[in-house]
Design a protein around this ligand. Structure first.
Ligand code: NAP
Ligand code: ZN
Ligand code: ZN
Length: 358
């Protein structure tokens, strides 16, 4: 298959993949087509692909209609197998990554400001988006991907290969709001939900110097949370938690994939505190406006991060020795892994060994 990929520009290649045939059916082994390597493209031989809860929301049509069959996956690491004639940023053999977006308009105010994740025309998502050439993008549960060089990240050697993938979505999605809302020394940060995003939020916020509390459904993962750098850990199933922690935090990062009682969590913020939801449940989150008045609170959202910030995050993680906790699985175990994500039985990110898909 890689023979066909190393073909002249414009020639389409067929590669192995895992695809969702429909919203209701299990994932199946399949093949997808990749475009030929254009002058500004790199061909990446994928080694590892992380499983994000967003893959499940999207493939099951929970966020709206998607084109089927769909191959998801937006936490991709691999090696550059071919580089187009005009590629200057990456070379054959480089260890690289791709996250949630593979293109943007590059002209709008947000793109020009270096925040292409907020492209006013909509960034091109790694899967399920219509690309600039009119084709539908397909994600990282596959053996190869062709991506414009500007949307490809360098993965530092200090980050173990198989652990790097989850940083490309879970890492940047938590790093970006922590950086934007100034998590650091003297700041009290709470992380709600300790799954894929949550456990990285704990590690990153602690490395930034903030005092971190985990708010999880139970105390079952308390030992892990403290090992990741939290200094406090509470069960949200216990109503006493919401009394004990009233008016405590400067910043709350909500990573929960389902709706939660926003008023209860807003009550945990101190004056001028901010609750940022990165969790993306399909249902609306109800925010009673009176719960914002008492302490002049802000309720905010945040979507992934820019390419420049993603590179910054990777370099930060390399410098601070931060890597996700992963469970490496083979390509035949993805359906089972998805079921385990849905029951919060994830420690703390599943990563597919793509060699088992070749
Ligand atoms: P995950 O690994 O499943 O983690 C979510 C965690 O939320 C669970 O581990 C669990 O933590 C908690 N949780 C789950 N269901 C709950 C419920 N009904 N009530 C209370 N807590 C519950 O998922 P993930 O991959 O980290 O993704 C989390 C969310 O972020 C998803 O909705 C995903 O789509 C979204 N996301 C958004 C962006 C963005 O750009 N904004 C990017 C990536 C992902 P405990 O066991 O500790 O309670
Ligand atoms: Zn994701
Ligand atoms: Zn734009």
């Amino acid at each position: 298959m890689s023979d066909r990929l190393q073909s002249p520009e414009g020639i389409i290649a067929t590669v192995n993949a895992i695809a969702a045939p429909s919203a209701a059916e299990p994932l199946v082994r399949s093949t997808i087509e990749r475009r030929g390597v254009g002058p500004r493209d790199v061909l990446i031989e994928i080694r590892y692909a992380g499983i994000c809860h967003s893959d499940i929301h999207a493939a099951r049509g929970e966020w709206g209609p998607v084109p089927y069959p769909l191959t998801v996956g937006h936490e991709i690491v691999g090696v550059v197998a071919e580089a187009g004639a005009e590629v200057t940023r990456h070379a054959v053999g480089d260890r690289v990554g791709v996250g949630c977006m593979v293109n943007s308009c590059r002209e709008c105010a947000n793109c020009r400001a270096g925040m292409e994740q907020y492209c006013l025309k909509g960034n091109t998502q790694t899967y399920g988006s219509v690309d600039r050439d009119g084709t539908v993008t397909q994600g990282g549960y596959s053996t190869h991907v062709v991506v414009d060089q500007d949307f490809v990240l360098r993965v530092p050697e200090a980050i173990p290969y198989e652990k790097a993938a989850p940083l490309l979505c879970a890492g940047i999605t938590t790093y970006s709001p922590l950086a934007h809302w100034n998590a650091g020394p003297g700041k009290k940060v709470a992380v709600v939900g300790m799954g894929g995003l949550g456990h990285l939020a704990v590690k990153i916020a602690a490395a930034m110097g903030a005092e971190v509390t985990v708010l999880s459904q139970t105390l079952g993962k308390k030992g892990d949370g403290l090992a990741f750098g939290a200094t406090d850990y509470h069960a949200t199933s216990d109503p006493a938690t919401f009394e004990a922690l009233k008016h405590t935090f400067d910043l709350i990062i909500n990573t929960v994939s389902a709706p939660i009682d926003m008023a209860a969590y807003l009550g945990l913020l101190r004056l001028d505190g901010t609750l940022v939801s990165v969790g993306a449940p399909p249902q609306p989150l109800a925010v009673p406006v009176f719960s914002l008045f008492a302490n002049r609170l802000s309720f905010a959202g945040s979507g992934i991060g820019s390419i420049a910030e993603t590179q910054q995050m990777l370099d930060f993680c390399a410098e601070h020795g931060i890597a996700p906790e992963i469970e490496l699985i083979d390509a035949g175990s993805v359906n089972e892994a998805w079921e385990r994500v849905l029951t919060s039985d994830v420690r703390y990110r599943f990563v597919i060994d793509i060699d088992t898909l070749r």
